[in-house]
Ligand binder design. Structure first.
Ligand code: G3H
Ligand code: 13P
Ligand code: ZN
Length: 331
């Protein structure tokens, strides 16, 4: 039995991206694996009237179970109605690495998939992406491809060094594959330790400032494929107040550094219309949980620490939508 996203009340990303590119904002793509994350994302996006992409990695599917996640996305559509404002919801596979995984998601209610062939040769990436696009489009599902490699950890794949997207490849890639959006590598990176201290400079307060994103590459790409939807992965900002709370209450995060919010705001005003954020949510949850654990050692009801974690996560996402991505008020 197959399940179409249309029957779940979800939408694909086509119209959302067209509006976001034209409007100079980006749609948030927030990863989720559990109930509290999903609640926080939906509450924040309804409160700020923002469209949202619910993003599921293959690791998340293994962790939470594919059937449960799909039904959570179905529940999400009903829940936002209950909250009083219907926002468009996309269910997206993050970093799909095989045709089979993408097909399985398309057959099970996903409205959008990423096929990440960036670790293959250019020709293999084109062939794999094209195959996914053909199947996905036959089912009304949108596809994100990737050119260039981000540093950091993506599921089971660890890339030590990034390889920037080569602008001279993008027209050919988009034309040959038929993808609906393209993830590019311009210096963002996955995880909470995006750069080593040696790669950064320090401001007058001793705060690590990462190397500037390659906006020149983004501009060159925009010239070659005007108005084509661009995606940025690895776009957590790694809020230092959250890192400090984690470390204050027994954590050991060293040299954690992310992408400054002003740079993401600038990117969102361009053809970048989807910005992926996962690590910041992990940090916010962990900080809140560590605080409760440390301050209330007698507490053993999970709701007493997952509740504050959810509240903190909701505030983080509202802030992103309003002040970083510009997606607030666009649903
Ligand atoms: O890009 C990776 C996302 O943050 C998902 O992470 O594979 O650990 O679920 P995960
Ligand atoms: P961060 O690790 O910067 O949150 O990136 C998440 C991401 O790109 C998911 O695909
Ligand atoms: Zn990613």
């Amino acid at each position: 039995m197959t399940v179409s996203y249309k029957d779940l009340g979800l939408v694909n990303s086509k119209d959302l991206f067209a509006k976001a590119v034209a409007g100079g904002y980006a749609i948030p793509a927030y990863n989720f694996n559990n109930l509290e994350q999903l609640q926080a994302i939906l509450q924040a996006c309804v409160d700020t009237k923002s469209p949202v992409i619910l993003q599921v990695s293959s690791g998340a599917r293994k962790y939470a179970n594919a059937t449960l996640l799909r039904n959570m996305a179905k529940g999400a559509v009903e829940y936002v109605k209950e909250l009083g404002y219907e926002i468009p919801i996309v269910l997206h596979l993050d970093h799909g690495d095989t045709f089979e995984l993408c097909k399985d998601c398309i057959d099970n209610g996903f409205s959008s998939v990423m096929i990440d062939g960036s670790h293959h040769s250019y020709e293999e990436n084109v062939a794999l992406t094209k195959k996914v696009v053909e199947y996905a489009h036959a089912h009304g599902v949108t596809v994100e491809g990737e050119l260039g490699v981000l540093a950091g950890v993506e599921d089971d794949v660890v890339a030590e060094k990034s390889t920037y997207t080569r602008p001279e490849e993008v027209e050919d890639f988009v034309a040959k594959t038929g993808v609906d959006s393209l993830a590019i590598s311009i210096g963002t990176s996955h995880g909470a330790n995006k750069f080593t201290p040696e790669q950064c400079t320090k401001n007058e307060d001793g705060v690590l400032i990462p190397p500037m994103l390659r906006f020149d590459i983004l501009e060159e790409i925009e010239k070659r494929i005007p108005g084509f939807p661009i995606v940025l992965h690895g776009s957590s900002s790694v809020p230092q107040d959250q890192v400090a709370i984690i470390n204050q209450f027994g954590g050991a995060l060293k040299d954690a550094v992310g992408i400054p919010e002003e740079w993401l705001r600038k990117a969102a005003k361009s053809a970048v219309c989807k910005i992926n954020i996962d690590s910041d949510g992990r940090l916010a949850m962990t900080a809140a949980i560590r605080k409760v654990m440390a301050e209330k050692p007698g507490e053993f009801d999970p709701r007493k620490y997952l509740g504050p974690a959810r509240d903190s996560l909701k505030e983080l996402y509202k802030h992103k939508n309003e002040n970083v991505l510009g997606s607030a008020g666009q649903a």
